[in-house]
Design a protein around this ligand. Structure first.
Ligand code: F6R
Length: 369
């Protein structure tokens, strides 16, 4: 079943271009408008929602963090992102004009299920983003948008995460379309760019050899830090989570803007720091700020692993290791920038002799509290 791959995880990483293409399939009409009627979100909810609250756990929560940027940008609705395990024990302010988006690969995660029950009791409308047909979370939601990643067997989520991102972008655009906050031309342009992502992913996957070499090199390190800004910040969190769960290493993701507020004290000679650099064609100032962050940590001896867009030459002098990802629109960068971090964690874990499909202490779906 592994189709010649050494692990399900490697197979699932390789399947990502297809998973993304399948999740887009049939969701865009000929005229470039979004067709998510299958999800059955009531039109008045789309038009009149005053707030979106995303609830999820783990990797799905990271997809939710990225959704916030897309929802604010395209839908112009306030958006909160909550760990399901925290949300369900709080007293959140929700009503029938709140759209709750519950993201779950398995559809069985207990905390996410409890969070959506909590939300529905208060009259909120719940849309599930889920990869498993007929599972509990979509059954108990008002609406569902399925991701089409296919079965994910490895415990660590890879292709499901990328398809959750695609679903989140589609929901943000769909809200923008229904509310008139994004015009047709911008929606068509975004959809065209999404359709190019599978190709960009193929190109990314074809250039991962240096990442595997680097991982072998770093197999005896104790800690790896990850930095990002804007949508690169949740990517940094996801890179760190992959490394913890697979390589059993201490790893932490930070918003690069927080460095000076504490984390920079951790930097010492030889410490590997992975930095996700935003596209220079997006928010230029943001890009330049992260380049100066890279200079700062390197001056303190960090070994910098820089993930940057093809053609971004400004990072070259400060990168001990440079990982290139294809240029995509700034909001979509997580779709390509996550891939090297998955490959890195998988290779590092393998180098340490770990079973990447069945990491210790973890289960594929967490149906207990
Ligand atoms: C990490 C991972 C977990 C899951 C989390 C939520 O690689 O797989 O963090 O993302 O347990 O699971 P689902 O999406 O099934 O609700």
């Amino acid at each position: 079943e592994k189709d010649g791959y050494a692990s399900f995880m490697l197979k699932e990483i390789a399947e990502q271009p297809r998973a993304v293409a399948d999740t887009l399939l049939g969701r865009v009409a000929e005229d470039g408008t979004l067709r998510l009627d299958e999800a059955r979100v009531r039109p008045e909810v789309l038009r009149e929602a005053r707030k979106v609250v995303v609830v999820a756990c783990g990797t799905a929560f990271h997809a939710g963090l990225i959704a916030k940027y897309a929802i604010e940008h395209w839908a112009r609705v306030p958006c909160e992102v909550e760990l399901a395990s925290e949300f369900r024990y709080r007293d959140p302010i929700l009503d029938h004009r709140t759209l709750v988006v519950a993201i779950s690969q398995s559809g069985e995660t207990m905390d996410t299920l409890m969070a959506l029950r909590h939300a529905r009791e208060q009259g909120a409308h719940v849309l599930a983003i889920c990869n498993t047909n007929g599972s509990t979370i979509p059954r108990e939601s008002d609406a569902v948008l399925y991701t089409h990643a296919g079965p994910e067997v490895a415990v660590a989520s890879t292709k499901a995460f990328l398809t959750q991102l695609v679903a989140c972008y589609l929901v943000a655009l769909y809200l923008g379309q229904a509310r008139g906050s994004t015009d047709g031309a911008e929606i068509r342009a975004a959809v065209r760019e999404l359709a190019r992502v599978p190709d960009a992913l193929e190109r990314t996957l074809a250039t991962m050899e240096p990442v595997r070499d680097l991982a072998r090199d770093l197999a005896d390190k104790r800690t790896v830090l990850f930095l990002g800004r804007h949508v690169g910040y949740p990517v940094a969190l996801e890179g760190a989570l992959k490394l913890k769960e697979l390589a059993y290493m201490h790893a932490e993701g930070f918003a690069a803007g927080e460095l000076k507020h504490g984390p920079i004290a951790l930097v010492e000679p030889g410490l590997p720091v992975v930095v996700v650099v935003p596209s220079p064609s997006g928010h230029r100032l943001l890009h330049d700020k992260i380049v100066s962050n890279i200079q700062e940590i390197r001056a303190r001896g960090a070994r910098t692993v820089v993930v940057a867009e093809e053609g971004d030459e400004s990072v070259v002098p400060y990168a001990d290791h440079l990982v290139r990802v294809p240029a995509v629109p700034p909001l979509l960068q997580p779709l390509v920038a996550t891939v090297p971090l998955q490959v890195f964690a998988c290779a590092l874990a393998t180098g340490r002799g770990n079973d990447v499909d069945q990491p210790r202490n973890l289960a594929k779906s967490v149906t207990v509290e």
